[in-house]
Design a protein around this ligand. Structure first.
Ligand SMILES: Cc1cc2nc3c(=O)[nH]c(=O)nc-3n(C[C@H](O)[C@H](O)[C@H](O)COP(=O)(O)OP(=O)(O)OC[C@H]3O[C@@H](n4cnc5c(N)ncnc54)[C@H](O)[C@@H]3O)c2cc1C
Length: 449
């Protein structure tokens, strides 16, 4: 049996590792990006000087040979489904018995005039990082277009090199198509606090070249010209369908798969950023473009490849990020607009960048989601409380159990309870547990009981 995996990102590599644990199949991983697997989420830290590229590799270079995983550094140009063969750019061909497509995403571009000029780029691959290194040498101003997670990362990267940045965001607030408005406004302020020129409700019209075909300015739809020598286009990503767009593998926005990662073609599977589920539980995204979901999908796909018929179940939604200096975690459902049948409790510190939002059902007050900014929550506790349908009041009285901040950090549980009691004078709550190891032991005892 020869398993071939296209893509050496978190999804492809996790699939390979789990198949290797269970079988002695021949396994080949092909990627044209880098010879060895690296952590895409750490790209920004290389630019900021916190890490070297070598430090972003989760495994030592000898790991692959030791585990009998054959690596090919080349680009797959075509899949010949009839003959079960792949054509590589360098002219070789590779045959497979089973094929996994783990080809990731590509940055979005919206056909702006000037989007392909020198000095204009997205940030996805290691090559993009190298290009950004070159493109941002000795520049006076950079413009970022698109206010998502990669946009704010690029803003932070440029800021650490003291490069003045103008950040164009189409929406009324930073990322308010994903964050509730209080949170989005808090991040607006955080961006501006770092002297980044954030321009909300501002659309890019075109990018202007100089005489050498390099960017010299951008023009907004309102007609404002902003001189700059670098433009980062960061308006999100889409599944990479390059390899399958003209073949028989069925696609929509992504490569269509069932909950076992099977495409419409026998023995061809897809997972990670490039895959789109045909069926999803109510309210879940059909395409998951996160690091941990890539890992979970890779593991589940491997089990299916090895004969265990296991449907993918991600469990409770989780995401985390850092907006300049503010850490964010989210569990469950906290969409920008409150879902029907839900209410929200939101506490925000008057002076500091701290916010805790808890969504809950109107009917039985069972919590449905958490958003926390500037405070760390325990993953397992949030998941369990959502899973068990604990009430808002139970959660607030047990905030000590969920707090994951180090011991020496300020505690805000009492302020949160006071805020609740002022809001609902007829339901006075009391903090049952303080943060710390005692809280953790009590939670773990309940779990094992
Ligand atoms: C800058 C940045 C920061 C991010 N930060 C976070 C974060 O903090 N948290 C988080 O959860 N997620 C983050 N993400 C998203 C996360 O990195 C992705 O969801 C994840 O890496 C996807 O993994 P994957 O294995 O599905 O695809 P990828 O990591 O994209 O791997 C796919 C690989 O396949 C290769 N490939 C594609 N086509 C071919 C071909 N035809 N031939 C050969 N090779 C091919 C590609 O070059 C690539 O190397 C970030 C993404 C970016 C770009």
């Amino acid at each position: 049996m020869h398993l071939v995996i296209i893509g050496n990102g978190i999804t492809g590599v996790t699939t390979a590792r789990y198949v290797r644990k269970a079988t002695d199949w021949d396994i080949t991983i092909i990627s044209s990006e880098t010879e060895y697997f690296f952590s895409r989420t750490a790209l920004m830290y290389i630019y900021m000087g916190h890490m070297e590229y070598e430090h972003t590799k989760p495994y030592e270079d000898h790991f692959w040979e030791k585990n009998d995983l054959n690596l090919i550094c080349d680009h797959v140009m075509d899949i010949n489904v009839e003959d079960r063969e792949l054509d590589l750019r360098e002219g070789e061909s590779v045959s497979y018995d089973k094929l996994v497509l783990a080809t990731g995403s590509q940055p979005n571009k919206f056909g702006w005039p000037g989007q392909d000029l020198d000095g204009v780029q997205g940030l996805y691959s290691y090559q993009d990082l190298q290009l950004m290194e070159e493109n941002t040498k000795n520049i006076d101003r950079a413009v970022i277009v698109g206010g998502g997670l990669i946009g704010i990362e690029v803003a932070e990267m440029l800021h650490t090199r003291d490069i003045p940045v103008t950040f164009l965001v189409r929406e009324s607030n930073y990322w308010d198509n994903a964050l509730p408005v209080d949170e989005a406004k808090m991040i607006n302020e955080e961006i501006r606090r770092h002297h980044i020129d954030l321009r909300l409700e501002t659309n890019l019209e075109k990018i202007l070249p100089d005489d050498n075909g390099r960017v010299r300015a951008v023009v907004t739809q309102e007609g404002t010209q902003i001189d700059c020598q670098f433009v980062a286009l960061t308006p999100g990503v889409h599944p990479n369908l390059e390899l399958v767009k003209s073949g028989p593998v069925e696609t929509d926005r992504g490569i269509l798969v069932n909950r076992h990662f099977e495409t419409n073609i026998d023995d061809i599977y897809a997972a990670g950023d490039c895959a789109e589920f045909k069926e999803v539980p109510d309210g879940d995204p059909s395409i998951e473009q996160l690091w941990y979901t890539g890992r979970l999908q890779g593991e589940c796909l491997a089990r299916n490849l090895c004969g265990e018929r296991k449907a993918y179940d991600r469990g409770i939604w989780f995401n985390s990020a850092k907006f300049m200096t503010i850490e964010w975690q989210t569990y469950g459902r906290v969409p920008p607009q409150l879902p029907d049948g839900c209410e929200t409790f939101c506490w925000q510190h008057p002076d500091e960048n701290l916010l805790l939002r808890i969504n809950y059902k109107k009917s039985d007050r069972a919590v449905t989601g958490f958003n926390s900014f500037g405070m760390r929550l325990r993953h397992a506790v949030c998941e369990q409380w959502i899973d068990e349908g604990k009430t808002l009041e139970y959660v607030l009285e047990h905030l000590g159990e969920v707090n994951f901040d180090p011991e020496f950090c300020d505690q805000h549980e009492s302020e949160i309870i006071t805020y609740y009691n002022e809001r609902y004078p007829d339901r006075q709550l009391e903090l049952k547990q303080k943060r710390g190891l005692l809280g953790l032991f009590q939670f773990e005892n309940q779990m094992t009981a």
